[in-house]
Design a protein around this ligand. Sequence first.
Ligand code: NAI
Ligand code: ISE
Length: 336
Amino acid sequence: MTLNIGVIGTGAIGRDHIRRLSHTLRGSRVVAVTDINAAQASRVVQEEGISAEVYADGHALIGAADVQAVVVTSWGPTHEEYVLAAIAAGKPVFCEKPLAVTAEGCKRIVDAEQAYGRRLVQVGFMRPYDAGYRQLKAVLDGDRIGAPLMIHAAHRNPTVADSYSTDMAITDTLIHEINVLAWLLDDQYVSAQVVFPRKAPKALEHLRDPQIVLLETAKGVRIDVEVFVNCQYGYDIQCEVVGERGIARLPEPTTVQLRSEARLSNEILMDWKDRFIDAYDVELQAFIDDLARGQLTGPSSWDGYLAAVTADACISAQNSGAIVPISLPERPAFYG
Ligand code: NAI
Ligand code: ISE
């Protein structure tokens, strides 16, 4: 059976997902697309060589009779509206992070989904599908280094667009660590603090970059995440877990090792699309396969909500400099 998908937003990741849904994954086809930039949507359809209809807006696409599931890859502030519309139409929806830009927005989605009575939403938190993070989790779950005590992590982008703001370092970038580290540790956050080193010379005028986010968990694990979005040299994701009896590190992506010009070197990737290419494939394949089986199991709107509550605390910590307590609600049975 082939799942007919409509994609809202044909920018960077929208186009990448259209490509994989059309040419890489099993059991899906893109039959509808839309973007506020209609010319771009038409160009993507043409360049990807697919026969999808271009709709005037996201609501028309969600209402289209042949669209069985929706993928939301438009700008973050538009996600809530489209996810709520998909739930109202009873259509499954894969929504890129953030699920909504505020915790209240995520809560409205959680409430609507529970009122509908069945899971319809998967959030695009792809890191738990990455082979490296899965190996790291297997080490922790297998008690190979004892209980985790600390995590040192880094999320570095070479550059960001002019529209990127200091709070987006949390809502757009750190949100991945918020999600994946709680999953890795099977733990919850209880406080957040943000400190700012000296500003990097390449950072945009309005941007405070880099920043270090300090998180504490209910089990007493201390986490520091460096977010540095103008590091110039590459797209670099680091994660080191310090346990009672040893240390486990996220594996580096496999790249060819070069012996050349008196140097032994490995390439560092420059783009998130390449770094997590397999994880994006696996997460969307899981969405398609789960729908064929009749039950979504991937990151839920509840996970999106918990991440947003934590992100709100981090933004408050950015502004105040204080240690901000985080109080996360109990996971309802609905979200298993
Ligand atoms: P982008 O700016 O390249 O693309 C966004 C597209 O949405 C643009 O083409 C824009 O015209 C369109 N758009 C805006 N408002 C719209 C509306 N109301 N209806 C339809 N289209 C609309 O941004 P990018 O990088 O593709 O990011 C999109 C979303 O995906 C963001 O929420 C971002 O955080 C997330 N993302 C997730 C990644 C991941 O690793 N999981 C990686 C990159 C982005
Ligand atoms: C982007 O939106 C993503 O989600 C990437 O995975 C992340 O690394 C980057 O910092 C974000 O801007």
